[in-house]
Design a protein around this ligand. Structure first.
Ligand code: F6R
Length: 607
């Protein structure tokens, strides 16, 4: 979704802003722009619809100035267009604003400004903010921003510059992330530390309700009540290499192939052989507390929700504690009953998904305890939760998530194990799961080594206009996530069903043009799953079967993908891996923009 970058220091701002915006491209956007302030005079503003490289080509080489702000926009109020792109300016062009989030009372503010004689240049909510700041009648930019924000309801991260005082950038945060990057006699601001990776790893996170005045030599953070807030920079562990393709054609491919080593890293130090359990200090919970929970509720959005469903299954399997998953986006709006003996688990790669964050706050307001399974360290959800398990997947650039989801399911396995071992899971069973977890990195590598078989099957699926993905019980969340991945990057219609539900309706759609990917692990349901596959084949449906060696498909005609066996509870983690490659190779055969699927954003920071 939208991205913000700002620079103030001794270097030329424009190239730094453009490079930072390029690093935020993965978040999804439809237009981009920068405003650069010289020593005096008006801001130089360039905005373009489309990619950052188009913007870079449009920025005159002589654009000089050591202060500036930049933005990638994902349209909410108003179509993607040059006039709706940020930065937005006051009538005299003095104030320039970039904004992430949504101003809820924008219509009323725009109407009021129009009534007062202001001519609005765009259809956006952000422009109102620029006019409010310019008209605030305050002595300093900081005070003017505070006065303007007092009239605004909604979510925002903003960066503001004033051509009359080109020695500072004023930023504010409410519900959308914002960091200050600390350099040597230069400072940065960004909505995502990834934008700053080439310049600094020292960052300060703003909290909701906080502002900062950033100059070339330092920063001052304060509240909307003008009270100073002391902040100490923290170090982000992010390297330039992690954000580059490293020889892969796409980030999605790179991230799929990182999984053996990233999962190994994630498990490091967390497996407790002595007690046959998981070591999860980040939960900040005594064993007795952990034992006290009678129920687990998992909340996440999109793929994180599907993995949440897989995780709830793992928890029920290992801990015998009732567990279920629900889309966070629905949960927070249905006035849920919050119970003190329920452990709530928020799951998110980015840690910034607005619906998940607001669900966490709703639970906490009503006295519930929430732990997070989050990838991005220091993200809003990670900081909001009462404890959690960092996923340590490393940065994920591809919009379609792969390795972070695998890490989520491994995170759930660790949580399930820890919960199980304070309930009825025996030491022997705990040790069995530990061994299974230890085997995962090698087994993922084994699956990836057979990429060509999977790629061929994926290419054969590329011509279908519509597909089914089916699985049962443990296999159903796998099918749901597989369908999601396929549709996101191939733009093919893909739907997941429990295999058991086929004959209750969807079977009517099966014919030679609607292939099915069937998840058939060698578990107690293998016979029933095979029967469903035969029913599909009997109606002329094409099949791709993901299964275990030794499963006898008989005369079933199908593309077969075998994966190594782990423990039955952990098999879903491995069953998901080939589905990532199926989607990837189908999309590649179709020539789609795999890392940046249309209409999607990496981090959904608006509701
Ligand atoms: C799918 C995908 C999305 C995210 C969802 C939640 O590939 O990436 O469905 O899973 O938007 O995002 P996070 O995990 O950042 O909360």
């Amino acid at each position: 979704m939208c991205g913000i970058v700002g620079y103030i220091g001794a270097q030329q701002a424009a190239p730094i802003l453009l490079e930072g915006l390029a690093r935020l491209e993965y978040r999804g956007y439809d237009s981009a722009g920068i405003a650069v302030l010289g020593a005096r005079g008006a801001a130089k503003v360039v905005r373009r619809v489309g990619r950052v490289h188009a913007l870079a080509a449009a920025v005159p080489a002589k654009t000089s100035g050591r202060v500036g702000i930049g933005h990638t926009r994902w349209a909410t109020h108003g179509v993607p267009s040059e006039t709706n792109a940020h930065p937005h300016a006051s009538a005299d062009g003095r104030i320039q604003v970039v904004h992430n989030g949504i101003i809820d009372n924008a219509a009323a503010l725009r109407a009021r400004l129009t009534a007062e004689g202001v001519e609005l240049a765009s259809e956006t909510d952000t422009e109102a903010l620029a006019h409010l700041i310019a008209r605030a009648n305050e002595d300093t930019l900081e005070a003017a921003v505070v006065a303007a924000l007092a009239q605004v309801t909604g979510t925002y991260a903003i960066a503001v510059v004033d051509a009359a005082t080109p020695d500072r950038i004023v930023v504010a945060r409410n519900g959308s992330p914002l960091v200050i990057g600390v350099g040597e006699r230069e400072m940065f601001v960004a909505s995502d530390a990834a934008a700053l990776v080439r310049h600094t790893s020292s960052v300060v996170h703003l909290e909701d309700g906080e502002l900062a005045s950033v100059t070339a030599t330092g920063f001052r953070t304060f509240t909307r009540e003008h009270e100073d807030v002391a902040k100490t920079p923290t170090t982000v562990e992010l390297t330039v290499e992690e954000l580059e393709l490293a020889g892969h054609e796409h980030f999605m491919h790179k991230e799929i192939h990182e999984q053996p080593s990233s999962v190994e890293r994630m498990l490091g130090g967390r497996l407790d052989d002595r007690f046959g359990s998981a070591r999860l200090d980040g939960l900040r919970m005594e064993l007795r507390e952990l034992r006290g929970f009678r129920r687990v509720k998992v909340l996440g959005c999109g793929s994180a929700y599907y993995v949440g469903q897989l995780g709830a299954g793992l928890i029920e399997d290992l801990a015998r504690v009732p567990a279920d998953a629900e889309p966070a986006s629905e949960f927070r709006y249905r006035n849920p009953v919050i119970e003190p003996d329920t452990l709530y688990v928020a799951v998110s790669q980015s840690g910034e998904t607005a619906d998940t964050l607001f669900a966490v706050r709703e639970i906490q307001r009503k006295g519930g305890r929430v732990v997070g399974l989050v990838n991005v360290v220091g993200s809003s959800i990670a900081r909001q939760c009462d404890g959690g398990i960092y996923l340590h997947a490393g940065p994920e650039v591809s919009v379609a998530s792969t390795k972070a989801l695998t890490h989520m399911s491994v995170g759930f396995a660790l949580l399930a194990l820890a919960l199980g071992r304070v309930h009825d899971l025996s030491h022997a069973d705990g040790a069995r799961i530990l061994a299974g977890l230890q085997a995962l990195p090698g087994q993922i590598a084994e699956i990836l080594a057979d990429e060509e078989t999977i790629a061929e099957a994926g290419r054969r699926l590329a011509d279908a206009r519509s597909l089914f993905f089916i699985g049962r019980v443990r296999g159903f969340p796998v099918a749901r996530e597989a369908a999601q991945k396929f549709k996101e990057i191939t733009y093919r219609h893909a739907e997941a069903y429990p295999s058991s539900e086929l004959k209750h309706g969807p079977l009517a759609l099966i014919d030679a043009d609607l292939p099915t990917v069937a998840i058939i692990p060698d578990d107690g349901l293998v016979g029933r799953n095979l029967a469903a596959a035969h029913e599909i084949r009997a109606r002329g449906g094409r099949l791709t079967v993901i299964t275990h060696p030794g499963v006898d498909l008989g005369d079933l005609e199908a593309d077969r993908i075998d994966i190594p066996r782990n423990e039955p509870e952990l098999d879903p983690i491995l069953l998901t891996i080939p589905t990532q490659l199926l989607a990837y190779h189908a999309a590649r055969a179709l020539g789609e923009d795999i890392d940046r699927p249309r209409n999607l954003a990496k981090s959904v920071t608006v509701e």
